[in-house]
Design a protein around this ligand. Structure first.
Ligand SMILES: [Zn+2]
Length: 123
C-alpha cells in the first residue's frame, strides 16, 4: 500500500531516481538526510525551476545563468565544480564512470559529497 503510493506520487519522481524503491531506501537509513540534501533528493526547496513554477521566484535560472534544476546542480553547475570533482574521484575509485545515475550517488560513500554540493548551492 505504502509502496504503491510511493510509486504513483508525482512529487516523488526525483526521489525515486535516487532510491529505486522503498526497500533500498531503508538500507540507507543510517545516512543523515540534512535539510539541504533533502531538497536535492526531493527536487523541492530552493531550486528556482520549482520556485518559479509556483511564482515564488522571478527566475527559473541558477546564479550561473543556466536553468536551475536538480540535474543541473549535480551534473552541470560550474559553481559546484570543486565539490563535484571530489565526488567524481570517489565514484571512479569504485570503478563507476561519470556521469553516473542518481541512484549511484545515493550510496553512502558519495552521499557526503552530494550533501556538500547541496549545501554549497543553497547557503
Ligand atoms: Zn548553475
Amino acid at each position: 500500500m505504502w509502496q504503491a503510493e510511493w510509486r504513483s506520487s508525482d512529487h516523488g519522481r526525483i526521489t525515486r531516481e535516487f532510491f529505486a524503491d522503498v526497500r533500498s531506501r531503508l538500507k540507507l537509513e543510517s545516512i543523515k538526510i540534512s535539510h539541504h540534501t533533502s531538497q536535492i533528493l526531493t527536487g523541492h526547496g530552493n531550486i528556482n525551476s520549482m520556485l518559479h513554477r509556483f511564482k515564488l521566484s522571478e527566475t527559473d535560472l541558477c546564479h550561473c545563468g543556466q536553468p536551475d534544476t536538480v540535474e543541473h546542480i549535480i551534473y552541470h553547475c560550474k559553481e559546484e565544480k570543486v565539490e563535484r570533482a571530489k565526488m567524481i574521484e570517489e565514484i571512479e575509485k569504485q570503478g563507476v564512470r561519470w556521469p553516473c545515475t542518481l541512484s549511484t550517488l545515493s550510496q553512502r560513500t558519495t552521499f557526503e559529497h552530494l550533501s556538500r554540493i547541496a549545501r554549497g548551492k543553497r547557503s
